[in-house]
Design a binder for this molecule. Structure first.
Ligand code: GLC
Length: 480
């Protein structure tokens, strides 16, 4: 079975968020499934092209049309002996020769181009996929363009569209449909939602299957609170929607092999490893060096939907407690400002590093006793999985993937992996932190068990890769 996996980012080449983690690890896991041949397509961004460690070979160049535009496509392929799957890069300096991946006025056109260029590349390279798997708004046009322009050469392919986050749907002017996509008028109903051309709506309508990254989120997005306007569209297509919970790259996120840790550890040695990591981090961040103080870690974008508003509203209260909080991340100015201000006033309790810094993130996962994730909505969330692997106990708002992956601690049975709160409100969150700290302070044995439950959890990609394969098999029983 030939599977084309299309994404706008993938670790280790380029990553700005969770999609990059997934697109970096899932194709690899899929390629180890029996009979699977996986081809990943990514944009050849400037940063990727200029990276001397990423070696590629040129395959072919040709033109693709976007309505009246005729644009260049260069296809490069990664030279790698390590990977079982192939990675292709779509080259076009006009669209991808910018400094970053997203955030430009012509993003809609850039990713419309990317989606069409992938389909054209398949034709030009003589690749006949059985499955084309698109991800998020940036590649959401693939099922639509396939249907409109590539039925004949690629028609046998079935399409899967994965929603990693409903918030970003790819919205453009209605004029985009004829002027950039070159679609006939008959596609207007498919593509228009409200006052916009909506890429995600098009993908939901035109894909053979839609998935999202947890079971709970698959239910939640049928409701307006979570669906960012598309609830009715999701409800009408719920028959082809399913949730598949993400995994993480367990080789990359492994406290026994993490170069950031001076004392690597596993489940047998975590007490020593975490003690050393905590002391080192306290020194590094200028926090008082104390083993006994409960430390909360946060590695997050500092934005409202990650629960930063809720956290900022509680800082005054939390700063009265005996605790330490270490935060790393960037985001909205208001949260960056409020958090730095609080850190300035409470240097002995709160450390805030306003950077995207994956190395410091590793040190925080290892050093912290708890990992706070008060997200307002969370399609899956990956950092709670990383935290558990590093023996940091999650305290989470029980929604989306957080509900699916964190089982509340049960003192009766000794089961569970973290602490959860049900409603998105200050009192509930404070109560969860208080319950967590009480266990930490009063029952070391139970607390150790809780840590170990989390460290033992299988968060590898093996299970989800099997579920995707199952879905592909259902769509292409002839290739199962
Ligand atoms: C998005 C979601 C996050 C999910 C990730 C990968 O970043 O916000 O919850 O884990 O995609 O699917």
């Amino acid at each position: 079975m030939k599977i084309v996996f299309a994404a706008s980012e993938a670790a280790p080449f380029i990553k700005t968020g969770g999609l990059g983690d997934v697109a970096g690890a899932l194709p690899d896991a899929l390629s180890h499934q029996k009979g699977a041949e996986v081809l990943v397509f990514l944009p050849y961004y400037k940063s990727v092209k200029n990276n001397p460690d990423i070696k590629t070979e040129f395959l072919k160049s040709f033109a693709v049309s976007l309505s009246w535009r005729v644009q260049h496509v260069g296809v490069f392929r990664l030279k790698s002996k390590k990977k079982k799957h192939q990675v292709y890069f779509i080259d076009n300096e006009y669209y991808f020769g910018k400094d970053g991946a997203y955030g430009y006025a012509d993003d809609g056109e850039r990713f419309a181009y990317f989606s069409k260029a992938i389909l054209e590349s398949l034709v030009q390279l003589g690749i006949k996929p059985d499955i084309i798997h698109a991800n998020d708004w940036q590649t959401a046009l693939i099922p639509v363009l396939l249907h409109a322009f590539y039925e004949e050469p690629l028609g046998g392919a079935k399409t899967v569209f994965t929603i990693h986050n409903m918030e970003y749907q790819g919205k453009c002017d209605p004029y985009f449909i004829p002027d950039v996509l070159g679609l006939p008028e008959s596609y207007t109903n498919t593509m228009i939602f409200g006052d916009n051309t909506n890429f995600m709506k098009g993908a939901i309508l035109m894909s053979d299957a839609v998935t999202t990254v947890s079971h709970t989120y698959a239910d939640e997005i049928r409701y307006p609170y979570f669906a960012h306007g598309l609830a009715s569209i999701i409800s009408a297509h719920a028959f082809k929607l399913r949730g598949i919970v993400n995994g993480i790259d367990t080789k990359r996120y492994d406290p026994a092999a993490d170069p950031e840790l001076s004392v690597p550890y596993d489940i047998a040695t975590y007490k020593d490893g975490k003690r050393a990591a905590k002391e080192a981090l306290q020194r590094e961040l200028g926090l008082p060096v104390r083993g006994d103080v409960p430390m909360i870690g946060i590695v997050s974008r500092l934005v409202e939907h990650k629960g930063m508003g809720l956290l900022c509203g509680l800082l005054d209260e939390l700063m009265r407690w005996d605790l330490q909080i270490a935060i790393v991340g960037t985001g909205d100015y208001a949260f960056e400002h409020d958090l730095s201000h609080a850190a300035y006033s409470h240097p002995d309790k709160l450390s805030v590093t306003l950077r995207f810094d994956q190395k410091l993130a590793s040190r925080i996962y290892a050093a912290s006793d708890f990992y706070l994730m008060p997200s307002k909505s969370e399609p899956c969330g990956l950092s709670q999985l990383i935290a558990m692997r590093y023996g940091s106990v999650p305290i989470v708002h029980a929604i989306g993937g957080l509900r699916d992956t964190i089982e509340p601690w049960n003192p009766e049975t000794g089961d569970g992996t973290g602490f959860t709160f049900q409603s998105f409100c200050a009192l509930d969150m404070i109560d969860a932190i208080r319950r967590a700290f009480t266990l930490y302070g009063t029952d070391k044995e139970a607390f150790s068990r809780l840590i170990e439950n989390g460290m033992r959890r299988d968060s590898s990609w093996d299970v989800p890769a099997g579920e995707y394969r199952q879905l592909y098999n259902e769509l292409r029983p002839d290739k199962a």
